[in-house]
Design a protein around this ligand. Structure first.
Ligand SMILES: Cc1ncc(COP(=O)(O)O)c(C=O)c1O
Length: 425
């Protein structure tokens, strides 16, 4: 067992980010009512980074997604094609709009499968929402061709993929709207928060109306637009972000390109370390076209080659001290969750189900994969990153050695006892 548990500490806390929070606190501006101050600063930097005219900061990624769906005009009776293999917040806010998520199976790397989606289009289908899972961009050429062919809007959930690119273009710029979570674990971390982007003035106006009533909506909405009369009250929700969180996050945006660059090397190293264990394959490494943000690196374990499969491997890594090796639990395929099996909405009743196919790929991903954090190497934290990598190296080496020599000198009593069908005899 290693001396210390190997976990990747996140978010990092640069002194200048903390000072920015303190300055915001001392300014007394603990609510930002309009598009000004640190909120405007964040939005401008986000728009600049994505080459998009409109960014809207919210108090969560869920709120950003809800705003995007309302923004593109989704309402009662509409169907939206959604991945089954994602975190449920990708599509759960559709229930608030009376729309129905129709679930789609994944490709083997966990990305949205437009071929599986094609069979599920009906005359009620209005849009597609996809997630760039674990940071790896989906196959955007195929997906954009699919949505254009069927005349569907596209919403990108980029909550795992801050700074990821497809063919050199940032994710979040391929559809009608995009959303990012800024929650603590995310690459740009505000604690709680979210951001939505769009290049459509109309979508921006509708999105603001949903959660940014009064000062911001009056200031920002088109006075000639059809919904301006509602700007004072909005529609009953408040999605303004806490400025202290945004003050913490705003300085991180400029770091993003360097973080993404540095993560590529770390991901390759971690993949190489795990490759020493027979039966383990990385699923979400970048390709020349799809540059992952590496929110996490996902591996598949072949139980035919590694007895005990994924569960044994994760237990062994955890027992040896790598707490970051983890089975995604909240991210279970949506077709296994009650809300998606028996859809329930506060604003409508459903006369049909959103589960209309089988999900062999999502099921396989749920049964066979584990994930691990990928360091990001912000300047000043190199030592921490090196320690993390060293921990992963030591544990993977020990497990690989144990599996190769479990009858010989490399045997480890605890690993042997834990290995089904191997050491315990
Ligand atoms: C893929 C995905 N979508 C949406 C969300 C929702 O974001 P939030 O927790 O900020 O509401 C999250 C994160 O938690 C997520 O991982």
């Amino acid at each position: 067992m290693l001396d210390t548990t190997v976990e990747y500490p996140w978010p990092k806390r640069r002194p200048e980010w903390s000072e920015r929070v303190l300055r915001q606190l001392e300014s007394g501006k603990l609510s930002v009512y309009d598009r000004s101050g640190v909120v405007a600063e964040f939005e401008d930097a986000w728009s600049e980074a994505h080459g998009t005219p409109y960014s809207l900061v919210t108090n969560s990624g869920t709120a950003a997604l809800h705003s995007a769906f309302y923004g593109i005009g989704i309402g009662p009776g509409d169907e939206v094609l959604c991945p089954s293999y994602t975190f449920f917040a990708t599509s759960a806010s559709l229930f608030q709009l009376g729309a129905l998520p129709v679930l789609v199976d994944a490709r083997p790397d966990g990305s949205f499968d437009p071929e599986a989606a094609a069979a599920l289009v009906t005359d009620r289908t209005k849009a597609v929402v996809l997630t760039h899972m674990w940071g790896l961009p989906c196959d955007m050429d195929a997906i954009v061709a699919f949505t254009r062919h069927h005349g569907l809007s596209l919403v990108e959930d980029c909550s795992h993929a801050h700074g990821a690119t497809y063919a050199g273009r940032p994710v979040g710029t391929f559809g009608s709207a995009a959303a990012w979570s800024l929650q603590t674990q995310k690459l740009i971390a505000a604690g709680e928060g979210g951001v939505m982007t769009t290049s459509s003035r109309e979508i921006y106006d509708r999105a603001q109306l949903l959660g940014h009533f009064n000062k911001r909506a009056l200031q920002e909405m088109d006075p000639q637009g059809p919904l301006y009369q509602y700007a004072v009250t909005g529609l009953g929700l408040k999605y303004r972000a806490h400025p202290l969180g945004i003050a913490f996050a705003v300085g991180q945006i400029a770091e993003l390109p360097a973080w993404i660059r540095n993560k590529q090397g770390f991901a390759e190293k971690i993949a190489t370390l795990f490759a020493r264990i027979d039966g383990i394959t990385p699923l979400t490494l970048s390709t020349p076209e799809r540059v992952s943000a590496h929110y996490a690196l996902l591996f598949e374990v072949d139980p035919g080659r590694l007895p005990g499969g994924r569960d044994w491997l994760v237990a062994a890594c955890n027992a040896e001290g790598i707490g970051d090796v983890d089975i995604p639990k909240a991210t279970s395929p949506l077709h296994t969750l009650h809300l998606f099996q028996k859809p329930l909405s506060p604003v409508t009743t459903y006369d049909r189900a959103g589960i209309r196919s089988t999900f062999p790929v999502a099921d396989r991903l749920a049964a066979r994969t584990f994930k691990i954090s990928v360091p990001c190497a912000p300047a000043g934290f190199e030592e921490e990153d090196a320690r993390y990598l060293e921990g992963v190296r030591a544990v993977t080496e020990k497990i690989a050695d144990h599996l190769t020599h479990h009858d010989g000198p490399g045997a480890d009593a605890r690993l042997a006892a834990a290995t089904p069908g191997r050491g315990a005899r």
